[in-house]
Design a protein around this ligand. Structure first.
Ligand code: ADP
Ligand code: MG
Length: 681
């Protein structure tokens, strides 16, 4: 496909008049023209020289200037910097960005994706022997340290989107700074949007900063007079207003996640249908992490003449992906963030106001190709007084279990003195160590156990790892692998279109089995296997085929790893108790007990609720284990199973005392609660 920049510059039509050029030549030529038109292009030589001269270089440039797509290509084209034997790795905080950018660069270089240019994301490796440029998630590069602690196969590592400060990027900073000391041949590039690059320079021992001047057109910013009660509705109304009153130009809307985005797209389409031919065509396109890749690619295709494109995105479109032709931005001012309570160890996803830095990046997206407008669906007062200056780095608001396990596996025992750019809160580190100890991954000296070593082999969270490993003992690894795979494509299995809600809910009910949601997921998967992985079956049962296909891929990969960690893949016949025990062995932290007016977590007495989508919503069993918590209107447990409290003593004897698990029906709750609180101090 052809990028919009080409169409807008009109080069395509000029070239079409030359009869000697084939369609393919034309495309090649226009791609080269687009590459040359990017702000980074005039700095190509200077940049390459700077890279030759310095081992570590910080590169700062406006979003869309060409850092991600061009710098790796410049390196590939330059023999001084790159021998074909070694790889160039470029990390991205987001899966979608890694895939999308790799596809674009493969197209620009004229190779098939997965050959010279590829990508690697969790559960999906699209590279080959021939790959020299690999886009990858930051988490994947982190895992590569396990097999290759000095990253010997890389000649250049680019830590891109450094300003996002994801947990994995932050850990990479520390590890890469360390290996660069003894790998003098390794080049390290830290690429960032124009945000606080001095800090990166400072962290990397005053590495020089290479600045790419951006081209930016002015963006007019509009605020609402009063706060919006329903920002989704406000988005829809704003898009339609822009569509009917404003000059041509595409529109970008920032929402917080898949559900919101789908709802917004449906509402827009529905209202356009009602308006019919009274308005010009509106092309509505979603983009979020779980969107299948062919749908992702659509956001880049040119807008048909006379129509207007509106892309409804998560903050992936804030800096990771640049869509050309955007003139209008609608920003409700929210994002979904992980938040972590280091006292209780509870992690949840919360929709919160975004930072001013984010809001400004979002607005900037309207001014790339021409003067633009940004409509902020909040008041100027809120911008000033209710938003944080910058986003807090993820490392300070997340569970560190995964990363601590990984660092321990790399032989890094002293985590307190690890070279963090911003250290995590002390109590979060301690809690991660405690949790890993409770899971049996560390011994009482904080050293990695055999169990811990095996857990680290699996590219999943420690609790999920533990669940999989425990399935060996309970002889149900077949089932548990399926459940693990289904959980990893979480919340996108059941399809619930607005106009067929009743049918969809009935179809979902038909999958209900006793015991809880994990078993429902298992049932769905098994029936799909029986159907011969049928698309038609999915369609008839309101199941998302693509999610199922992904679950199958994940399952295959996990199964492939079982041999390495010496777990035999066997099936438990017809009884769900072993399966639920294995889940309990991994997730005993997430136990909730029925009490007056809802559930309370066992260790910290926090009030939580069963998610209305759960198969156990009405049943209200006494003891539950949940997979995750999401905070919307209240703390909801998503994916729950019923357990027997006795199992907790069986799977985590050093974590639970039988006294804590005495049955709550004896009406002694208040006293017990008080006591637990006292114990906590
Ligand atoms: P930066 O990393 O500096 O933000 P990028 O290298 O991502 O900039 O983007 C450079 C240009 O490449 C932009 O004009 C963007 O629209 C274009 N681009 C990136 N990915 C794609 C794609 N998949 N299809 C079409 N154009 C793309
Ligand atoms: Mg980029």
């Amino acid at each position: 496909f052809v990028s919009t920049a080409i169409t807008m510059k009109g080069t395509l039509s000029e070239k079409q008049e030359e009869p000697t050029l084939s369609q393919a030549d034309l495309k090649k030529q226009s791609i080269q023209e687009v590459r040359r038109s990017l702000p980074i292009f005039p700095f190509r030589e200077d940049l390459l020289r700077a890279i030759t001269q310095h081992q570590i270089l910080v590169i700062e440039g406006e979003t869309g200037s060409g850092k991600t797509t061009q710098i790796p290509q410049y390196l590939m084209e330059d023999v001084r910097l790159h021998s074909r034997r070694n790889e160039i790795g470029c990390t991205q905080p987001r899966r979608v960005a890694a895939m999308s950018v790799a596809a674009r660069v493969a197209e620009e270089t004229g190779v098939k994706l997965g050959n010279e240019v590829g990508y690697s994301i969790r559960f999906e490796d699209c590279t080959s022997e021939r790959t020299v440029l690999k886009y990858m998630t930051d988490g994947m590069l982190l895992r590569e340290f396990l097999t290759e602690p000095d990253l010997a196969s890389y000649s250049v590592v680019i830590i891109d989107e450094a300003h996002e400060r994801t947990l994995h990027t932050d850990i990479l900073f520390g590890l890469i700074k360390d290996i660069a000391r003894f790998r003098s041949d390794l080049k390290v590039l830290v690429a960032s949007a124009t945000l606080d690059t001095e800090r990166f320079s400072c962290f990397f021992d005053d590495a020089p900063v290479f600045r790419i001047p951006g081209r930016r057109f002015p963006v007019d910013i509009f605020y609402t007079k009063a706060p919006e009660a329903d920002y989704l509705e406000a988005c829809v109304v704003s898009v339609l207003q822009i569509h009917v009153t404003q000059a041509p130009g595409d529109c970008l809307v920032f929402l917080t996640g898949q559900e919101e985005i789908e709802a917004c797209c449906e509402m827009l389409q529905e209202r356009c249908r009602r308006l019919g031919s009274k308005i010009a065509e509106l092309v509505v396109l979603p983009i979020y992490a779980n969107l299948p890749s062919d749908m992702q690619a659509k956001i880049f295709s040119p807008t048909p003449p006379g129509a207007r494109k509106v892309v409804v995105a998560t903050n992936i479109a804030e800096t990771s992906l640049t869509i050309d032709g955007i003139i209008y931005v609608i920003d409700p001012g929210f994002c979904k963030q992980k938040s972590y309570n280091a006292r209780t160890g509870m992690e949840s996803l919360i929709v919160t106001p975004c930072s001013r830095a984010s809001a400004n990046q979002r607005a900037g997206r309207a001014g790339r190709v021409a003067a633009g407008k940004c409509f902020r669906l909040y008041t100027a007062w809120a911008f000033k007084h209710e938003m944080e200056e910058t986003t807090i780095p993820e490392i300070q608001r997340t569970n560190l279990g995964n990363v601590v396990l990984l660092l321990k596996s790399l032989g890094i025992n002293d985590l307190i003195h690890f070279d963090f750019m911003d250290p995590p809160p002390h109590e979060t580190l301690v809690l991660a160590l405690e949790q890993l100890y409770a899971l049996g991954a560390l011994n009482h000296l904080g050293e990695l156990t055999k169990m811990g070593r095996r857990m680290a082999e699996l590219p999943v969270d420690p609790m999920l790892s533990k669940m999989i490993l425990a399935s060996e003992q309970y002889k149900c690894s077949e089932e548990v692998l399926t459940i693990a795979a289904m959980l990893s494509v979480n919340n996108s299995i059941f399809y619930r279109p607005k106009d067929k809600v009743v049918h969809a809910d009935n179809a979902r009910m038909n999958f209900t089995v006793p015991g809880g949601d994990h078993l429902v997921l298992l049932n769905v998967y098994n029936q799909w296997v029986e159907s011969g992985f049928s698309t038609q079956w999915c369609y008839e049962n309101f199941i998302q085929f693509r999610s199922m296909r992904r679950a199958r891929d994940v399952r295959d990969q996990l199964e492939g790893l079982m041999e390495r960690i010496e777990v035999e893949v066997v099936s438990s016949l017809e009884d769900s108790v072993p399966i639920r025990k294995a889940i309990t062995a991994g997730y005993f932290y997430h136990t909730a007990r029925l009490s007056k007016g809802g559930y309370k977590t066992v260790k910290h007495q926090q009030t939580v609720y069963v998610h209305p989508n759960s198969s156990l919503f009405e049943e209200q069993p006494r003891w539950l284990i949940y997979h995750e918590l999401v905070f919307t209107t209240k703390e909801f447990m998503r994916q729950v199973i019923e357990i027997d409290s006795g199992w907790l003593l069986e799977v985590a004897p050093h974590y639970y005392k039988s006294k804590e698990l005495e049955d709550s029906s004896s009406k002694k709750m208040p006293r017990k609660q008080g006591k637990t609180k006292d114990e906590l101090g």
